[in-house]
Design a protein around this ligand. Structure first.
Ligand code: URP
Ligand code: ZN
Ligand code: ZN
Length: 469
């Protein structure tokens, strides 16, 4: 039997805040109490002065993922190592149905790659092609493989977009079977016209990227998806919310009692659209969809977090290098050097979520420590069928624990990250609050700057029903 004792820290969950020792046996929290005797065989960790947090749960990452002709640069090994250094011990990553291909093949392919994960991973499935077989396969992986959530794109017609009728049928089946439909809410047909017009007019610079993804197209799509989910009598989840337009429709639906949930991401909370005015080589860092928006939209996101209209912060870690020479053209924003329209959309973030939100959320008084844990660990685990195994520190839960120094001041530098990405959205930003040690099911995998985890050390997480908190 392996026994680990975390002594004298301040234990924070979504509801509690107290000083205690945490005793871990065989990978699970065995007891929480005061002044435990270590015993001779125990591995003891001094947590005095540190916060003892549940491991982060990030329900939005794209590792080794094909996006059109591009591929995200982080493997399961590098991406989950980066996650661990950022205090995240569980990912729910996006598997993808190949366009025109099979959902089952998409999951098999994802499982093979995910076997090298260093933290625990579950899968959502992105649906790219709809037919009766798709629906049958979705039902099968929902029931048999614990893939209880799906993502549908309302954008990128001809590549990823699912139309309204298809969305309705997917939502209905998913809701009936205890699953959750996640939507990328942007009006793809309108955006396509705006992109084509910009290119035809020779407006190829990155500063055109936010102009062809106006907030109104996000708001419209969010509203439409909500109406479809109401008709389907199914819960839904809006991913990467960036605009006040979307927040308004989500809040209105929730006020009516409709089961609509939503997330936002650190980049929308801390960065604004002026960054697109930089020269293309710099502005390319920020080409994600939806794009960064104005301060007014950002304020609405913070309000949404405060009112619980937004319940989760995830990263949408979808890394493409700035430089072709880092890992090759396929993994790089350089695919779009002739036009923003060809640039792969997505940005990194899996390694910096907890320190950024602690520094910019808790320390600024915008949220409590309990809310911090709720947004980053507990609600993602609950909504996506992983609670109480994940997302909290409680007797019987997996001992996924982060020792976090709330006072250490440090500077974010891509060169010190563990992801394969060659930039950070937050390069040079000083933050207070740092991950010091990370336990995955009781094993120390991060100790300061030492990596003690291993490829394949993560487990696949079949999830129970999603869409209930
Ligand atoms: O630009 C983004 N967000 N890329 C990742 C794919 C997605 O839509 O989540
Ligand atoms: Zn998306
Ligand atoms: Zn994404």
């Amino acid at each position: 039997m392996t026994r680990t004792l975390i002594q004298g820290g301040r234990v924070i969950t979504a509801t509690d805040d107290y000083r205690a020792d945490v005793l871990i046996e065989n990978g699970r929290v065995h007891a929480i109490g005061l002044d435990f005797e270590a015993g001779e065989d125990a591995d003891v960790h001094d947590a005095s002065g540190l916060l003892v947090l549940p491991g982060g749960v990030d329900v939005h990452t794209h590792l080794e993922a094909e996006v059109g002709p591009a591929m995200t640069v982080d493997t399961f090994e590098s991406g989950t190592t980066a996650a661990a250094f950022g205090g995240t011990t569980t990912l729910v990553d996006f598997a993808q149905q190949p366009h025109g291909g099979s959902v089952i093949a998409g999951l098999d392919d994802w499982q093979a790659r995910a076997s090298r994960a260093c933290v625990d991973v579950g899968a959502h499935m992105i649906i790219t092609t709809f037919n009766d077989q798709t629906l049958a396969d979705m039902k099968s992986i929902l029931r048999s493989d614990g893939v209880t959530s799906f993502k549908m794109f309302m954008v990128m017609p001809g590549i990823m977009m699912i139309d309204d009728a298809e969305l309705y049928r997917i939502m209905r089946m998913t809701g009936e079977n205890g699953g959750l439909s996640c939507v990328h809410a942007e009006n793809g047909l309108l955006i396509d016209v705006l992109i084509k017009e910009a290119v035809a007019q020779g407006r190829n610079e990155v500063l055109n990227h936010p102009k062809v993804h106006p907030a109104s197209t996000e708001g419209e799509a969010a509203y439409r998806a909500i109406q479809i989910s109401k008709l389907a009598e199914a819960p839904m989840y809006v991913v990467h919310v960036s605009s006040q337009d979307a927040v308004r429709h989500i809040a209105e639906a929730r006020d009516e009692g409709t089961p609509v949930y939503a997330e936002t991401c650190p980049h929308y909370l801390f960065l604004t659209e002026e960054l697109y005015d930089a020269p293309d080589a710099e502005a390319a860092k920020y080409t994600m969809i939806p794009p960064l928006r104005s301060k007014e939209h950002q304020d609405a996101l913070w309000r949404g977090l405060a009112t619980d209209d937004l319940q989760i912060i995830s990263t949408d870690h979808c890394p493409f290098c700035l430089e072709e020479k880092s890992w090759g053209l396929k993994y790089s924003k350089a695919l779009g050097k002739e036009s923003f329209a060809q640039m792969p959309n997505g940005a990194p973030g899996v390694e910096t979520r907890l320190p950024l939100i602690y520094d910019g959320g808790v320390r600024t008084g915008r949220m409590s420590l309990n809310r911090f844990v709720q947004l980053n660990s507990t609600t993602p685990a609950k909504l996506f069928g992983l609670f109480p195994r994940k997302g909290t520190i409680a007797v019987g839960s997996d001992a996924d624990i982060v020792l976090f120094d709330p006072e250490e001041r440090w500077t974010i530098r891509a060169a010190e990250h563990h992801s394969r990405i060659d930039y950070s959205l937050f390069e040079g930003r000083e933050v207070t609050g740092r991950v010091k040690k990370v336990f995955l099911r009781g094993q120390v995998i991060v100790d300061g700057d030492r990596w003690l985890g291993r490829a394949g050390g993560g487990e696949y997480l079949p999830r129970s029903n999603s869409g209930q908190v």
